[in-house]
Design a protein around this ligand. Structure first.
Ligand code: UFG
Length: 324
């Protein structure tokens, strides 16, 4: 099966490339390298192209045939989306529209789309399932929700089959550590905790200890990037059996506080994690934990990383010796 991985030079996209290559898929990575890394493209062939440049999309679709597209390209920083909303609507919504139109022109009718927990906004229940109200509190979440709506309309009008996978907190790295999380600047908790151990970066700040949680710090649901990759492969099979636009929440169903992440990182590294307690970061909900029952039941998803420690261990192998 031939798959186009848009954004395959990024964090989740490059782990997807490795996963699919290991299972005999033929993959083409498309990336504009604005945030992705050329060094992360180690599987399949690579084309430098931009979803906002329709001529470069024509080149890609005109020169090869694809059975399905997986779409990871996005601006994905919540805070930045608040200060630069046009960038987010342009890249995430217009860019995706260009991709969908190119797929339509070339008869590619299957899409797996990277969505996010940010489509839900502030949770109204302890576990967030697919039926939870969608009320994004920032342009990033709104841009992803707009695409989910586009996919539903495309299913009705053109018969596009799609699966949107709403990641909670993607974390960890490939077991063999040739790829891993390398954002610039890094805003995510686990990389920042590990960089603090290594004495890299500006030093870890913990954003608030006055949340209504057991220890006062925010609670999140960390899910290993290879478990996300597994769900994408299952989504391909799901689309063979199911018409229409579908969405699944992907998380472990277990929440960990920032303090718990720091304690687990201290166990894994055997070192103290230096940090400074600071006021809350704008836009952080206190608790975000997924119910992924539907993904387990309908996709047959079986995450392998069921504890925070093993997720952090894999991230540590990468951060202790990053290749790019
Ligand atoms: N945090 C810190 N210090 C840091 C980084 C993070 O204390 O240096 C805290 C945050 O305040 C938050 C938790 O650690 O409470 C996790 O923060 P991340 O930035 O790692 O992840 P988020 O939960 O903010 O973001 C995730 C996804 C986004 C998605 C968002 C939905 O990465 O794509 O959930 O709210 F939009």
């Amino acid at each position: 099966m031939k798959i186009l991985l848009c954004g395959g030079a990024g964090y989740v996209g490059s782990h997807m490339a490795k996963w699919l290559a290991g299972r005999g898929f033929e993959i083409t990575v498309l990336d504009n390298l604005s945030t992705g890394h050329r060094e992360a493209v180690q599987w399949g062939s690579f084309v430098e192209a931009d979803l906002l440049a329709t001529d470069s999309l024509e080149r890609v679709f005109g020169s090869r045939r694809f059975d399905a597209v997986m779409h990871f390209c996005a601006r994905s920083l919540v805070g930045e989306s608040v200060s630069k909303p046009y960038d987010y609507y342009l890249n995430n919504v217009s860019g995706t529209l260009n991709l969908l139109q190119a797929m339509q022109r070339y008869g590619v009718n299957r899409l797996v789309f990277s969505s996010t927990a940010a489509v839900f906004g502030h949770p109204t229940s302890a576990l967030i399932d697919e039926g939870h109200p969608k009320a994004p509190i920032n342009p990033y979440g709104m841009s992803k929700l707009m695409v989910e709506h586009m996919l539903a309309d495309a299913a009705a009008a053109y018969g596009l089959r799609s699966v949107a996978l709403r990641y909670f907190n993607a974390a960890g790295a490939s077991e063999t550590a040739e790829i891993g999380e390398a954002h610039q600047p890094e805003t995510h908790l686990i990389p920042n905790v590990l960089k603090s151990v290594l004495g890299q970066g500006p030093g870890l700040k913990v954003f608030g200890d006055d949340y209504p949680t057991p220890d006062g710090t925010c609670v999140r649901d960390y899910v290993h990037v290879d478990d996300l990759a597994q769900a994408h492969e299952l989504a391909l099979a799901y689309m063979e059996q199911h018409e229409g636009a579908h969405a699944f929440n992907l998380g472990s169903g277990q929440g960990f506080s920032v303090r718990e992440v720091i304690a687990a990182a201290e166990q894994v590294t055997g070192q103290r994690v230096p940090y400074e307690m600071t006021p809350r970061r704008a836009g952080d909900p206190a608790v975000l934990v997924a119910s992924s029952e539907r993904a387990r039941r309908e996709l047959g998803w079986q995450p392998k990383y069921n504890d925070l420690r093993s997720i952090i261990e894999s991230a540590w192998r990468w951060h202790a010796n990053p290749k790019f």
